[in-house]
Design a protein around this ligand. Structure first.
Ligand code: ADP
Ligand code: MG
Length: 286
C-alpha cells in the first residue's frame, strides 16, 4: 500500500480540477491501486461525475463535519471495484455559508483521512476554487498537491497565488506538503497562446511541470453531460489517453521516489544539466 494523500487544488474555477481528480482516480483504480476520491467542493460536480445525486447519497462530507456520521459511514462504492468516493451533495448558498463555518475546525478532515489512510494506495481530494475552508483542510491533510493549469491568460497569476499559499501552509500547518506538480489542462496544440504559457511555466517552474499535458478535447464536455468520467466514457479520446499517461507518470514518480528514499537518495539528487528542459523528471521543490 502506498498510502498517499493528494489534493487537487487551484484558486480558480474552470481550470480542470474536478476533471483531473476524477480521471486520475479512475486511472489509478484501473491500475488496481486502491483509491478513494473525496469531493470537498460544495458544487458537487465530482460526485455527479460518478452518477451520484441526492437520491443515491446516504451520507456525505457535511455529515462528517457535523459529526452525524463517521468516515466509514460516508464512503460509497463506484462502478470500479478499486475506487470509492466520499461524495458532496450540491448545496445552496445559505447552506454553504453554514458549511464554511464548520470547516473552521481544521482537524475534522485530517483525522478522518488519517483513519482510512492505511486502507488506500491513494486518497485524492477535489478542492473548490478558494483558498480557505475545505481547501485549507485538505492541504493540511495531504502529502502532495497537484495544481491544474488551464492554458489561458490568467493562469500564471493563479499558479503564483497557489505557490505563495503553499508556502504559508508549509510554514504554519503542514511542513510536509509537497507540490507534486503543475499539470497543463485544456492545452491547445496549435495555438501560440497555449505555447507561450507552457514556455513561461517551464521557465518559472522547471522542476515542477508534469511531462504530460492534457489536450483540450470536446469529448470531455460530452462525458460530463452523461455523468461519466472521460476515461470510462471514451478510452480513445485524446484527453483519455493523456490522463492515462498522466496516471503512469504519477505512479512512476511516486514509486521511483519511494525506491530512492529506500536506497538513501534525496529528492533532487538526479538533477542534471537537462533539468530546465521539459523532459526533466526531478523532484526538487522551491
Ligand atoms: N481537457 C478538456 N477539454 C475540454 N474541456 C474540458 C477539459 N477538461 C475540463 N473541461 C471542461 O471544462 C470545464 C471545467 O472543468 P472542471 O474540471 O469542472 O474545472 P474545475 O473543477 O477547476 O472548476 C468543464 O465543463 C469540463 O467539462
Ligand atoms: Mg471543480
Amino acid at each position: 500500500m502506498e498510502n498517499i494523500v493528494i489534493s487537487v487544488a487551484a484558486p480558480k474555477g474552470g481550470v480542470g480540477k474536478t476533471t483531473t481528480a476524477v480521471n486520475l482516480t479512475v486511472g489509478l483504480a484501473l491500475k488496481k491501486k486502491k483509491t478513494l476520491i473525496i469531493d470537498v467542493d460544495p458544487s458537487g460536480y465530482c460526485s455527479s461525475a460518478f452518477g451520484y445525486d441526492e437520491q443515491k447519497i446516504f451520507g456525505n462530507i457535511i455529515d462528517l463535519y457535523k459529526h452525524t456520521k463517521n468516515v466509514h459511514e460516508v464512503i460509497h462504492k463506484t462502478e470500479l471495484s478499486y475506487l470509492e468516493i466520499i461524495p458532496f451533495e450540491r448545496i445552496g448558498y445559505e447552506d454553504e455559508v453554514i458549511f464554511n463555518k464548520l470547516t473552521l475546525d481544521k482537524s475534522i478532515l485530517r483525522l478522518a483521512i488519517e483513519e482510512v489512510k492505511p486502507n488506500y494506495d491513494y486518497i485524492v481530494l477535489d478542492c473548490p476554487p478558494i483558498l480557505y475552508g475545505t481547501t485549507v483542510n485538505s492541504l493540511i491533510a495531504s502529502d502532495y498537491l497537484i495544481i491544474p493549469i488551464k492554458s489561458s491568460k490568467f493562469s500564471l497569476e493563479a499558479v503564483q497565488k497557489m505557490m505563495t499559499f503553499v508556502k504559508e501552509i508549509r510554514k504554519s500547518e503542514n511542513p510536509n506538503l509537497i507540490v507534486d506538480g503543475l499539470l497543463l489542462t485544456m492545452y491547445e496544440l496549435n495555438t501560440k497562446a497555449s505555447f507561450q504559457i507552457k514556455k513561461e511555466l517551464y521557465r518559472l517552474y522547471p522542476n515542477q511541470m508534469f511531462k504530460t499535458a492534457i489536450p483540450k478535447n470536446t469529448s470531455v464536455a460530452e462525458s460530463t453531460f452523461y455523468n461519466k468520467p472521460i476515461l470510462l466514457f471514451d478510452a480513445n479520446a485524446s484527453a483519455s489517453k493523456a490522463y492515462a499517461n498522466f496516471v503512469d507518470e504519477l505512479i512512476d514518480k511516486h514509486e521511483t521516489s519511494n525506491l530512492m528514499s529506500i536506497s538513501g537518495f534525496k529528492n533532487g539528487d538526479f538533477l542534471d544539466d537537462d533539468s530546465n528542459s521539459e523532459h526533466s523528471t526531478s523532484f526538487s521543490q522551491n
